[in-house]
Design a protein around this ligand. Structure first.
Ligand SMILES: O=C([C@H](O)CO)[C@H](O)[C@H](O)COP(=O)(O)O
Length: 187
């Protein structure tokens, strides 16, 4: 018999709680330092992972940081001192590998959030944040989730990035009210 949406939602939250419990105490600390030390932050990701990266870029802008989404028409060029932040569960998405290589060639720093630190993108990155989850082909870790493809990773990615935002808010004495002042007013 089909389960209710409520039960499915509760199951997803349970999976996320388990994923959060697998994080180490220092998860994201180096990344946070790199974000605060960067000239500008460029975020990249494909598909649903890319949507999470976009959501993160919005909050960085709310914090008053210079953040850009790779691939947008108005996104400037990356250069030395900038940080390219890639979210990729598999760490093997072709377009993102090319971006990581180009950023490195231009002397920018690269950080990756991925399930697979040993992946091509993980190996190219200066900073790797390993997240629990199941890659989209579900070749490993199937016991962690009932959800399709990379959903658990994509949700965990958003949760961890939102936690990074809270960490930056603490260190910069920011609050939601101040950040709201930087929110789009043409919407
Ligand atoms: O959109 C995606 C798909 O729905 C998997 O759940 C992925 O996020 C997209 O294909 C990018 O993959 P990764 O780079 O492996 O995160």
């Amino acid at each position: 018999m089909a389960q209710s949406i409520k039960r499915h939602a509760a199951h997803i939250v349970q999976e996320l709680e388990h994923a959060a419990s697998l994080l180490t105490e220092d998860t994201g600390e180096r990344l946070t330092e790199a974000i605060l030390g960067a000239g500008r932050i460029f975020v990249a990701g494909a598909g649903r992972s890319g949507l999470m990266m976009k959501a993160f870029a919005m909050r960085l802008v709310h914090l008053g940081l210079q953040a850009h989404v790779v691939g947008e028409t108005v996104t400037p060029g990356i250069t030395k001192g900038d940080l390219l932040l890639i979210g990729s569960g598999s760490g093997e998405t072709r377009t993102l590998i090319g971006m990581a290589e180009k950023a490195k060639a231009l002397d920018a720093d690269v950080a990756a959030l991925t399930i697979q630190p040993q992946s091509t993108i993980g190996a190219l990155a200066d900073i790797v944040v390993q997240l629990p989850g199941v890659p989209k082909d579900q070749a490993s870790g199937r016991d962690l989730t009932v959800q399709p493809m990379g959903s658990l990773f994509e949700q965990t990615l958003l949760v961890v990035l939102d936690a990074v935002i809270l960490r930056i808010m603490e260190s910069q004495h920011q609050n939601s009210g101040k950040m709201y002042g930087n929110h789009a007013n043409l919407e």
